[in-house]
Ligand binder design. Structure first.
Ligand SMILES: N[C@@H](CCC(=O)N[C@@H](CS)C(=O)NCC(=O)O)C(=O)O
Length: 288
């Protein structure tokens, strides 16, 4: 494939995977592809996820809730391997017709509630446990401003920059330039804001921080797309300061390990069913 010799046909049709990462599982249609029931553990909350930035937002929140003593936030975290197509099983699609991790099932209520979209899950948990979403109208609105900012901005970072810089089968200068510019602009938005605020919503740690950290915190920490040098992330000193503050939190460290398939083996807990899994985590316990 050459980026300069393509003329779009009159009508687009899909006939074959295009060679990029994940091309083998991408199709232009929705719905389940195989019959597959979802496992259910013994805890009130069942999470079906993977340790990507969108998945990690939720496990950080659950670990923060547990660290505050909310026993109702006990959860089973089941690993959905998206590169193997686990999101297209019939049981998963029943929980999220959009076939994306993360998905949460709240089985503590008489009619279990499905929650999909990571921002919706964070809001659901914050409202259920009455924490990490301030009551004061100003602070609450500011939290939601940044939460929704993250939901709409990160696709430029992941689907745009990350895809064309790290995953696409060809390096297209135009696409990489366009999305690198936008991601640097987003980092500057955060940097200017965090120069004046300890956390995103002001002086309180909220679900907005939990949503933004795995993406933009991960980027400045060098966890995403091996792009730290390319994007000169050291320039964003206030984002770095904020990311270090968050990563010093034990719940954030634990949340980052759950359903994680990347990085050091000692930082991967493929499934989490008990709090003690973090202590007893060994290579033998990793789900293959
Ligand atoms: N807006 C969604 C995005 C979820 C999403 O894109 N999940 C990715 C992993 S980070 C996924 O499941 N991809 C599988 C696929 O596209 O088939 C959210 O925040 O929950």
């Amino acid at each position: 494939m050459n980026s300069t010799d393509y003329t779009p046909p009159k009508i687009w049709t899909w006939d074959k995977p295009n060679g990029g990462n994940f091309a083998g599982i991408n199709r232009p249609t929705a719905g389940s592809r195989v019959q597959q029931d979802m496992p259910v553990g013994r805890h009130p909350l069942q999470l079906y996820s993977m340790g990507t930035p969108n998945g990690v937002k939720v496990t950080i929140m659950l670990e923060e809730l547990l660290s505050l003593g909310h026993a109702g936030a006990e959860y089973d975290a089941w690993l959905i391997k998206i590169s193997d197509g686990g999101q297209f099983g019939s049981g998963f699609v029943d929980l999220n017709p959009n076939s994306k991790i993360p998905v949460l099932m709240d089985r503590s209520v008489s009619h279990p509630i499905r929650v999909f979209e990571s921002g919706s899950i964070l809001m659901y948990l914050a409202e259920k446990f009455n924490v990490f979403l301030p009551k004061d109208l100003h602070a609450r609105t500011e939290t939601l401003n940044w939460l929704f900012w993250q939901m709409s901005s990160a696709p430029y970072l992941g689907g745009g920059f990350g895809h064309f810089y790290a995953y696409a089968p060809v390096k297209i200068e135009y696409a990489i330039d366009r999305f690198a510019m936008e991601v640097k602009r987003q980092l500057d938005v955060l940097d200017q804001h965090l120069a004046k605020n300890e956390y995103l919503a002001g002086n309180e740690y909220t679900i907005a921080d939990m949503a933004v950290f795995p993406w933009y915190g991960g980027l400045v920490k060098g966890w995403l797309y091996s792009a730290a040098e390319f994007l000169s992330v050291h320039e964003y000193q206030h984002v770095n300061r904020w990311a270090d503050t968050l990563y010093a939190r034990p719940a954030v460290k634990r949340g980052r390990m759950v359903n994680q398939l990347r990085g050091e083996l000692s930082e991967q807990l493929h499934e989490r069913h008990e709090a003690s899994d973090f202590d007893t985590q060994t290579q033998d316990k990793l789900v293959k």
